[in-house]
Write a protein that binds this ligand. Structure first.
Ligand SMILES: [Zn+2]
Length: 222
């Protein structure tokens, strides 16, 4: 079977054997093995590259028989490297059974087309990923009473905002403005955003990392 895919991670197992984590268009997230000759250093299997993979699947083992580079994506500086690593980590940690094609297109866009404004891009990516995965939190009404006013914070247990009256336990500080900003970022495209508040982006990204970690049950995100 043949599918386009993006390399999320590459690990060396032995002199010639490598383990790749990929996000593919046809199969979603997969792990695969590839044998490389000593002289080979193909960009097609480097992290963040977009390539066409020819896969041989035998039981639980997936082997890459052939690979053709479509577009390499070697980061030019440390900021771009950190951004791409973060996107790869989000995809690796937070994707599951959702339709693969949408997530593949989202990942391809945010990895291949973004050249700057990395905080905005990473925040928009995680918001949209949560939406496509069916894990978008309730940011419009209190989980307990349904009120949309006097929001006091976000409850990880409820996956929702909670108002002052119903507030109890540990809440992540949150307000109606942040909810509005999040929904605006969800509904719009990266290149159409002209203005955003850095402080809001940090808080939104932090909330989504915590929310998705809680929902998916991993804690291995920055
Ligand atoms: Zn309430």
């Amino acid at each position: 079977m043949e599918t386009p895919g993006i390399v999320l991670k590459k690990e060396k197992l032995s002199e010639r054997l490598f383990h790749l984590s990929l996000y593919t268009e046809r199969m979603g997230k997969i792990n695969a093995l590839i044998r490389l000759e000593l002289k080979d250093f193909p960009l097609s299997v480097e992290p963040f590259s977009l390539s066409i993979f020819n896969l041989k699947i035998t039981g639980e083992r997936t082997e890459i028989m052939k690979v053709k580079l479509l577009k390499h994506n070697v980061p030019k500086d440390i900021r771009k490297f950190k951004y791409l690593s973060l996107i790869a980590k989000y995809v690796d940690s937070f994707t599951g059974s959702a339709p693969e094609k949408k997530i593949f297109e989202l990942t391809r866009f945010y990895m291949m087309n973004v050249k700057d404004r990395f905080l905005l891009a990473a925040t928009m990516f995680i918001i949209k990923l949560a939406f496509f995965e069916g894990l978008f939190p309730n940011l419009t009404r209190c989980a307990i009473c349904g009120s949309s006013k006097n929001i006091s914070g976000f409850s990880l247990e409820e996956g929702s905002i909670v108002c002052n009256k119903c507030s109890r336990g540990n809440l992540i500080p949150w307000n109606e403005t942040l909810s509005k900003e999040t929904i605006y970022l969800l509904k719009n495209s990266f290149f159409s955003i002209k203005f955003c508040r850095i402080n809001s982006l940090k808080r939104i990204r932090n909330l989504f990392e915590k929310h998705l970690s809680y929902r998916i049950g991993t804690e291995n995100v920055i």
